[in-house]
Design a protein around this ligand. Structure first.
Ligand code: AMP
Ligand code: GLY
Length: 419
């Protein structure tokens, strides 16, 4: 098969790498990819949200299967467009992606079907939202309805902070139309974790668990980022809690989406709070996680293409999905200054100096044919596998110093509490 992966981050590089290990995959294209994907795949210079360009490229290159990484093209209807042309696509349709692209839709669905989540109120008027916020206990959570690159939820510690968030979203419109509706939510207390599952719209097959680190600096301080590292399996979510979350959250939501005529096929990502009353949903994502993918797929023993085809064909119940017993740790190397402003264009050295079993997944990188340079905030995810999390962690941190670029920053404490 000829496969095309849409996206240009380390998640997409990991998808390219894993798919390239399938005997059934003849050639891979990536839109747009990065310097890492260019080694095994053909990079196509286009934005993932330029649907016409992506669809045209899929037709021109006679692609059999398109795998969509990020949420924006899913929410814009890329999968629907491809399907209407008879091109197979892995990922939910535009309507099914509402579970991520509209937090109001997701909450209404959960309330209707009794899926555990935070209490909330929805507003379209600033004055009404303001009146509600003034009566709420703190902390409370203010959320923009639509996609906001992970920045649309504000946990407000005071009424003033909540009012400021409301004003930013509804008056200053910092997230544009994504702020047409706002949720004021009860603040849930507990340990946060994520749970991902493949689903063909009926059968649910969980991925190995993973824990990501969102804050920029060690000991979880500093601003939120797209993710600075990850390890798998997560000791946060034991088998009992995981099975409970599958039964009370993932399976019912997949059933609910089908009943609503929005059958969900692809990977469903649930952000959960493990409260004293059991797991509750913080949010859903309609895609693989980043950096979760970088530590989950190295542990997948089954051919990823077979799983994707089973999801598309509705055969997941007949497919065995196997994970290795080991563990995996991934550390993100970022440009100093990220997630704020940073400089790019620095040469990256030592990519060939790491141990042969270390995996390097590129994100913001560019190659001029001779050298690889930084070209974004998150530059690489460096990944090691081992018998235990502690072993994988030791390996990855022994190898990281070999790789270098000016003003490089990475966390030193990824998976540290697992030691
Ligand atoms: P979201 O984009 O909805 O996942 O929110 C981003 C982050 O905000 C989550 O990872 C949580 O840390 C926090 N958060 C969101 N909703 C709540 C809530 N209801 N209670 C407590 N924390 C929340
Ligand atoms: N790691 C968080 C996300 O992919 O949304």
């Amino acid at each position: 098969m000829k496969v095309m992966v849409v996206g240009g981050g380390a998640r997409e590089h990991t998808l390219v790498w894993k798919l390239s290990l399938s005997k059934k995959v003849k050639q891979i294209f990536v839109a747009p990819g990065n310097a890492g994907t260019a080694r095994t795949a053909v990079n196509l210079d286009m934005s993932p949200t330029n649907l016409d360009a992506v669809v045209r490229a899929a037709k021109e290159n006679k692609i059999d299967l398109v795998v969509v990484g990020p949420e924006a093209p899913l929410a814009a209807g890329l999968v629907d467009k491809l399907q209407s042309l008879g091109i197979l696509a892995f990922g939910p349709t535009k309507e099914a992606t509402l579970i991520e692209s509209s937090k109001v839709f997701a909450k209404q669905l959960m309330h209707k079907y009794g899926i555990p989540c935070a209490k909330d109120a929805v507003f379209t008027s600033f004055q009404e939202a303001e009146a509600c916020v003034k009566k709420q206990p703190v902390p409370m959570v203010i959320k923009a309805d639509g996609l906001a690159a992970g920045k649309g939820a504000i946990v407000a510690q005071s009424v003033d902070e909540a009012l400021m968030a409301l004003s930013d979203i509804m008056e200053k419109r910092v997230f544009g139309d994504a702020g047409n509706q706002v949720l004021v939510e009860e603040c849930l207390v507990g340990r946060e974790t994520s749970l991902l599952a493949f689903t063909d719209g009926i059968t649910v097959v969980p991925l190995v668990t993973a824990r990501d680190y969102k804050r920029a600096f060690d000991r979880d301080v500093g601003p939120n980022t797209g993710g600075m590292g990850c390890y798998s399996p997560s000791t946060f979510l034991d088998k009992k809690s995981r099975d409970r979350a599958i039964k009370t959250i993932i399976e019912p939501v997949v059933k609910a989406m089908a009943q609503e005529g929005k059958s969900y096929k692809g990977v469903l990502y649930a952000g959960l709070m493990l409260t004293k009353d059991g797991p509750k949903v913080l949010e859903f994502n309609a895609r693989f996680g980043d950096p979760e993918t970088q530590v989950q797929l190295p542990l997948l023993k089954t051919d990823l293409l077979d799983i994707m085809m089973a999801v598309i064909d509705g055969n997941l119940a007949q497919t065995r999905v196997e994970w290795s017993e080991g563990a995996c740790v991934g550390v993100v190397m970022a440009s100093g200054g990220y997630p704020g402003s940073y400089k790019q264009g620095f040469p990256i050295t030592g990519l060939d100096k790491v141990d042969p079993d270390i995996l390097i997944f590129h994100a913001g990188t560019k190659s001029d044919g001779r050298k690889v340079c930084t070209a974004g905030g998150r530059v690489l995810t460096v990944v090691a596998t081992g018998k235990s999390v502690a072993e994988a962690r030791e390996k990855v941190y022994l190898n990281l110093p070999h790789i270098n670029f000016e003003n490089c920053h990475y966390r030193k404490d990824i998976a540290a509490e697992e030691g």
